[in-house]
Ligand binder design. Structure first.
Ligand SMILES: Nc1nc2c(c(=O)[nH]1)N[C@H]1C(S)=C(S)[C@@H](COP(=O)(O)OP(=O)(O)OC[C@H]3O[C@@H](n4cnc5c(=O)[nH]c(N)nc54)[C@H](O)[C@@H]3O)O[C@H]1N2
Ligand SMILES: Nc1nc2c(c(=O)[nH]1)N[C@H]1C(S)=C(S)[C@@H](COP(=O)(O)OP(=O)(O)OC[C@H]3O[C@@H](n4cnc5c(=O)[nH]c(N)nc54)[C@H](O)[C@@H]3O)O[C@H]1N2
Ligand code: SF4
Ligand SMILES: [Mo]
Length: 897
């Protein structure tokens, strides 16, 4: 931390709390409490870049909505009482029903130090392996695939491989939106060396838009595609015989399983043409420097582990692994997904990449911890864990840094399970989550900006998250809470840590112990004796960092040296299987789910940012034009989406980005932000047989139009009241809130209804209402002023409401006196001289799609940079550059036709 004494500012180097790219952030805290965020030019993940989410971190650090005190059943409580209650409930359950009657459900958003302590308490001291993590929904298939092929959960490559490759295959990954800075590094390198990219995704994503080749495969057909590639390489001289002979085992069987697939069969199975497949296979065969990047389109599948191995098989067969610009690359989602895997946060793992089912590993850890207990069977994996909560086998549950009532499949059942559990503790930074609402005890955790420890990014680089904000008085670190409960359970000595450095040293020493008797990948020997000051100052560090070394060895497996007993990498014979559930007449669409550019998971933090809420501010269902026609859907209609598990009500977004028969919904919205848009209420709880990871990308659903009697939009300085509204979605705005609404039946009294939405009373003396009703058309408009200041506006119509939302929302808090201005406001449009920016594309500079189209048509801009120079879009964080490219391409297409 550096102090600028003259200004009272402090600048702290820390790490972004969102995705697994793990960008370095410089956070400056001004004397008045204002936080300014900038990319850290020294950090090797981003070299100063940040995406839209990182850029707007400053808008998420206020204490609004924070959980600031412990609570017991909704009442503020002391830490002592809250922790005593947690410990006594856990103790009672363990004494009466045994250690497997309790569980922790944790998260890749914990720090490594928190994760290590949670795992140590559950596995070594409570003596159960019932600790699982949201990484089960995220990385479990990659972990299992790595272990099958490499003997350990090792990520072989580095980010710079994406800059040194000549071909990058992106499988089931929307890098442009989900790992934007890594995507930007890739795009910059493409410009320099002409790297070609192939995107394999059923949807035409922002990443696919800018690729050289997009293979819109049938969902779930990746194993067929990569098995086909393996056998094609074998038949066309694409194998690296020496690498296979010297460093691998199992090629013959893998090939035998893959071989029956002819290119014609693969094409039919994947829904592609023979030409497309041949072009991809040829490009792969010809290009030695090839990286295959993959994430949730691969992992979140009942064939997830097989997909991972089908990809790795092709890299083993070509010897393209662990060398510059080559390798399979599983990119992680959460900021500390990797740290959780390293410290053994999964129910079937031990810490330091050791195995729970190996007696030598168990002994080693137990001895090191001087632990009274050590389970010898795996604990319950997330989906099974919540089944056990539902049927009463779990009596006491502690949920940390995750929101399972929203993010687990069959989420209504999960919510009911949590509700019915004898005792549930939740640690979170906010109480405004669907899960926190169900807890017996709420424990207030330190948020980003307050917490202090380490995280590991996708390329195995450990970075410090440093505290730079004052810590609210009653808020604590996660590791501290766990240690306090451990002490109350009688294990105080083993958890008497003085700070995160203390925990980190113990963990690093355990990695050394794990390497003394066994040859492992994960070794932090060089960091095992860091002083507190060295830990504070620790620069981003790639592991392994073995004792006595200054630099990490970097990549793995170029010369073999796998972590299997014979040190050979394993080909895995994998068979193409269909997804677990099939569509039928009642559920004819395949529901795919995933992320949007500017929201993070269940929106507990990005939802607070007015800037980020502009990009896509409503939950939606992407549906192909032909399907929309068949269902009679007009643009912006509402649809009910139903699966055998639950239903949702969302806006239809008619687009050819999805294929007919397939629909896509974002995973972010939940009961805090929308009436009925928790997508996991629809998702089937089918899991991969090896990894236990749920198939979040493939659930058969039906889609039916919602017959809305009215649609409405409102902007308000106070949080609107949506009680009783069939459809509603809230979003933050700079000076208040905006809300979309709709209902089956029209309100009997428009004015009374609109006042209710704004939380106003008709007779309040200082409130002036201006309204107009279009009786014939069924429309109603009203604006509410306190004095002359606009505090709210409501627009309702029989059709989706066409008003300029960004402009209207921007007027909140304005003084509006002139009758003409008040009339313009009620018209819902800026004056003719002011142009509508359209949907906001660039959330840094607030540039809309119409602004960009105008720059192209009227200013003659033909490149992203020219649009940037003209409008300011895309030149700050760069997250919107893929979308600008699409607008440019659209314009070029229009010109040509
Ligand atoms: N903006 C933003 N960024 C994030 C996050 C966020 O919430 N918001 N979350 C972070 C986290 S935790 C994670 S795990 C990552 C996830 O990052 P990604 O994996 O890139 O994100 P998703 O949108 O879940 O899914 C990726 C793609 O898989 C495709 N897909 C679906 N089915 C199939 C299939 O059968 N085969 C193939 N090949 N593709 C398929 C989907 O169409 C989708 O485009 O993002 C991280 N980054
Ligand atoms: N349908 C569908 N479902 C999915 C996915 C999908 O693609 N489709 N993706 C899955 C994936 S990959 C993931 S990673 C999960 C994510 O799902 P979740 O983990 O449930 O989502 P988050 O919103 O990130 O929840 C994190 C919670 O922790 C809190 N928090 C943040 N920092 C801290 C901290 O330091 N300490 C504590 N105690 N609390 C903190 C936040 O306020 C928030 O409530 O969703 C999964 N679910
Ligand atoms: S890419 Fe964006 S979200 Fe991911 S770590 Fe970097 S700044 Fe944060
Ligand atoms: Mo994730």
């Amino acid at each position: 931390m550096s102090d600028a004494a003259s200004t009272g500012e402090t600048c702290t180097a820390t790490t972004c709390p969102y995705c697994g790219v793990g960008c370095g952030v410089n956070a400056t805290l001004a004397a008045d409490g204002k936080v300014t965020i900038a990319g850290d030019k020294e950090h090797p993940a981003n070299f100063g870049r940040l995406c839209s989410k990182g850029t707007h971190l400053g808008e998420t650090v206020s204490l609004d909505d924070r959980l600031l005190h412990p609570e017991i059943r909704g009442q503020q409580a002391s830490w002592n009482d809250a922790l005593d209650l947690v410990a006594s409930k856990f103790r009672a359950a363990i004494d009466e029903h045994g250690p497997d009657s309790v569980a922790f459900y944790v998260s890749g958003q914990l720090l490594t130090e928190d994760y290590y302590v949670a795992n140590k308490l559950m596995k070594g001291f409570i003596g159960s392996a019932n600790i699982d993590t949201n990484s089960r929904l995220c990385m479990a298939s990659s972990v299992a695939g790595h272990k099958r092929a490499f003997g350990t959960d090792t990520v072989p490559g580095l980010y710079e491989d994406l800059e040194q490759a000549d071909m990058i295959v992106l499988v089931g990954t929307n890098l442009a939106w989900c790992h934007p800075v890594l995507y930007q590094r890739m795009q910059a390198a493409r410009k320099e060396r002409g790297t070609r990219t192939v995107v394999i995704d059923p949807r035409r994503t922002a990443t696919a838009e800018t690729a050289d080749m997009h293979l819109a495969i049938q969902p779930g057909s990746d194993v067929a595609l990569f098995n086909g590639l393996l056998s094609w390489l074998a038949q066309n001289g694409g194998f690296d015989g020496a690498y296979i002979a010297d460093h691998t085992a199992g090629v013959a069987e893998a090939l035998r399983t893959a071989e029956p697939a002819t290119i014609e069969c693969v094409a039919a199975r994947c829904g592609l043409t023979v030409d497309q497949i041949t072009a991809f296979y040829q490009m792969f065969a010809r290009t030695e420097r090839t990286v295959t990047v993959y994430s949730q389109g691969v992992n979140q599948s009942t064939a997830g582990t097989d997909k991972v191995n089908a990809i790795i098989n092709c890299h083993l067969a070509t010897g393209r692994i662990g060398r510059p610009g080559m390798g399979p690359f599983s990119v992680t989602g959460q900021p500390n997904a990797m740290g959780g895997r390293e410290t053994g946060g999964l129910a079937n793992q031990l810490t330091c990449h050791l195995e729970l089912d190996d007696p030598a590993h168990r002994d080693l850890v137990q001895t090191f911890w001087r632990a009274p207990a050590m389970p010898d069977v795996a604990g319950l994996k997330a989906v099974d864990l919540f089944d056990a909560v539902a049927d009463g086998r779990i009596k006491a549950l502690w949920i940390m840094a995750t929101n399972p009532a929203v993010s687990l499949p069959d989420a209504d059942r999960v919510r009911d399970a949590i509700k019915s559990c004898d005792f549930v503790a939740v640690s979170d930074v906010t109480r405004a989550t669907d899960t926190a609402a169900l807890a017996d005890v709420l424990l207030p955790a330190q948020a980003w900006g307050e917490k202090d420890g380490t995280v590991t990014n996708s390329e195995r680089r450990i970075s410090r998250q440093r505290s730079f904000l004052p810590i609210p008085e009653d808020v604590r670190s996660d590791w501290w809470m766990i240690g306090q409960v451990a002490a109350r359970l009688g294990f105080g000595d083993a958890f008497a840590y003085e700070g995160p450095a203390d925990i980190f040293r113990e963990y690093a020493r355990l990695t050394v112990a794990a390497n003394e008797n066994l040859d492992r990948d994960l070794d932090l020997g060089a960091l095992a004796a860091v002083t507190d000051a060295e830990y504070d100052a620790m620069a981003p560090t790639l592991w392994p960092q073995r004792a006595g070394t200054q630099e990490s060895e970097g990549r793995f497996f170029a010369e073999g040296g796998f972590f299997t007993p014979d040190r050979r990498g394993r080909f895995i014979a994998v068979e193409d299987r269909a997804p677990a559930a099939a569509t039928d007449i009642a559920h004819p669409f395949v529901l795919n789910t995933g992320r949007i550019r500017d929201q993070w998971h269940t929106m507990t933090r990005t939802g607070l940012s007015p800037s980020l809420s502009q990009h896509l501010s409503e939950p939606f269902l992407e549906i192909a034009p032909a399907d929309a026609d068949r269902l009679g859907l007009s643009p912006a209609a509402l649809v009910r989406v139903t699966s055998p598990y639950g239903d949702c009500l969302v806006r239809a977004l008619i687009t050819d980005r999805v294929q007919p028969g397939q629909v896509f919904m974002p995973m972010h919205w939940n009961d805090q932000w929308s009436g009925r848009a928790r997508v996991d209420a629809l998702v089937a709880p089918n899991v991969d047989p090896v990894s236990g990871q749920p198939e979040a990308k493939y659930t058969p659903v039906s889609v039916t139009p919602f017959a809305a009697g009215f649609y409405a939009f409102a902007a308000s300085t106070e949080r609107p009241d949506t009680t009783g509204t069939d459809y509603w979605t809230l979003a933050r705005a700079a000076d208040g809130w905006r809300v979309e609404m709709a209902g089956a039946g029209r309100p009997a009294d428009w004015m009374a209804w609109a006042l209710g939405v704004l939380g106003l009373s008709r007779d309040a003396a200082d409130i002036q209402i201006v309204s107009s009703e279009d009786r014939a058309g069924g429309g109603y408009r009203m604006a509410a002023y306190r004095g002359d200041v606009l505090i709210g506006a409501v627009f309702a119509a029989a059709q989706p409401v066409a008003v300029d939302r960004a402009w209207l929302t921007g007027r909140l808090g304005d003084t509006v006196k002139a009758a003409a201005s008040r009339a313009a406001l009620l018209a819902g449009r800026r004056g003719v001289d002011k142009k509508d920016p359209g949907a906001i594309v660039c959330t840094c500079m607030f540039v809309g799609a119409n602004d960009i189209r105008r720059a192209i048509a009227e200013e003659g801009c033909t490149t992203v940079d020219a649009v940037g120079a003209c409008t300011g879009a895309g030149i700050t964080c760069g997250s919107c550059r893929p979308e600008i490219e699409v607008l440019l391409a659209d314009a070029a297409l229009k010109e040509a036709s």
